[in-house]
Write a protein that binds this ligand. Structure first.
Ligand SMILES: NC(=O)c1ccc[n+]([C@@H]2O[C@H](COP(=O)([O-])OP(=O)(O)OC[C@H]3O[C@@H](n4cnc5c(N)ncnc54)[C@H](O)[C@@H]3O)[C@@H](O)[C@H]2O)c1
Length: 330
């Protein structure tokens, strides 16, 4: 029977994994360990699927090849953990899961857009302190608001359709504007989008042109009543400029699911020690009443977890059976 080793497995993935194993009549061996620390489990398996933030250690590639493994699959979109050159030297086909559920992040961004428009960040803090006054924070209804999407790809495009269904005015800025969203998104310059939007939401992929895409001069263009949502990647926003923009009321609020340097704090409990030592600027943001921070969980839904498991395993089985995988990374 075909047997596949999955590393860094969380408890919440087990149901999807066992379901797949039963449906496809295969064995799936799981471990919470990183592949770097689980090489003793490789013998006897026909395929390997990983998921980790740190680099795959150099000895892994040789061990996989020596055990007759033909592939290395990561059940994530990012492949920066894998040394493609080394993998190919060891005859390993590398695959990933480029899109597990654009809807998961789009729905999360939509929720944060509503929270920005309805000022719930402020009311949550006030009410927690028994202050039930209104403070003149009148909201805009979504169909009267203009939402600017920067990066109208898989997630940005999905969000655009959700916003259009709610009758919001949707502006888009992308280095590759799309014609299939005619009537849903009006593509404009970055400057126009920043000037006109009530909420600016970021959905670019991280690349050299996207790093520092939102900096001091961009915040100056935004309305003082506008808010920023970032569920893309931390380095897209210059954190120190965002802190200044919020402190000087150049913008009203921000919802951040991702921040620069997040690997130092996200997916860990820092409730006893705080985060000031690791990320002082993020610590400052976290103390602001007009900032909502979440630990990179926009993707974390039932559908996304199932898809990460299914798409990764489909490709491993294809390779084992001598067929071309859907998501090879070259
Ligand atoms: N928060 C989460 O949980 C989570 C989960 C999944 C993905 N993401 C992130 O969401 C982002 C979008 O993912 P996707 O699958 O929609 O990517 P995608 O590749 O489908 O779309 C990205 C879009 O950004 C555009 N773009 C790139 N650089 C640009 C620039 N400098 N200016 C304007 N547009 C630019 C591209 O042309 C493309 O249309 C990625 O950064 C990804 O890492 C976050």
């Amino acid at each position: 029977m075909t047997s596949i080793l999955m590393t860094s497995v969380r408890d919440d993935e087990q149901a999807a994994i066992q379901d797949y194993a039963a449906k496809h009549h295969i064995t799936i061996q799981t471990t919470p360990k990183l592949i770097n620390d689980a090489l003793d489990l490789v013998p006897g398996n026909d395929g390997v699927i990983i998921q980790q933030r740190g680099a795959v250690s150099e000895d892994v590639y040789g061990v996989l090849e020596a055990n007759g493994i033909k592939q290395l699959t990561t059940r994530t979109a990012g492949v920066d953990t894998i040394d493609l050159h080394l993998a190919h030297q060891h005859s390993l086909v590398v695959t990933n899961v480029p899109a597990y559920s654009p809807r998961s992040v789009a729905e999360f961004a939509l929720m944060q857009i509503f929270r920005m428009l309805r000022h719930t960040y402020a009311f949550d803090h006030q009410v927690a302190a028994n202050d039930f006054s209104w403070h003149g924070l009148q909201s805009k209804e979504i169909h009267s608001a203009t939402i600017g999407i920067i990066g109208v790809g898989r997630i940005g495009g999905t969000l655009a359709k959700l916003l259009h269904a709610l009758n919001a005015t949707v502006l888009g800025y992308d280095t590759k504007p799309r014609t299939d969203l005619d009537g849903i998104v009006r593509f404009v310059s970055k400057k126009e989008l920043l000037q006109q939007s009530d909420v600016v939401t970021l959905h670019v992929n991280l690349n050299p042109t996207a790093e520092g895409l939102i900096a001091a001069e961009d915040f100056k263009l935004m309305k003082p009543t506008a808010a920023l949502v970032n569920a893309s990647r931390g380095p897209v926003v210059v954190t120190k400029d965002l802190v200044t923009a919020l402190q000087t009321h150049q913008i009203q609020a921000a919802a951040l699911d991702t921040v620069e340097g997040e690997a130092a704090i996200f997916a860990q409990d820092h409730s006893q020690t705080g985060i000031a030592k690791q990320l002082p600027l993020v610590d400052e943001l976290n103390k602001m009443d007009n900032v909502i921070l979440t630990p990179h969980i926009a993707f974390y839904t039932n559908v996304a977890v199932q898809n990460m498991v299914d798409i990764a395993l489909d490709d491993v089985l294809s390779i084992i059976n001598g067929q071309a995988p859907q998501n090879e990374v070259r």
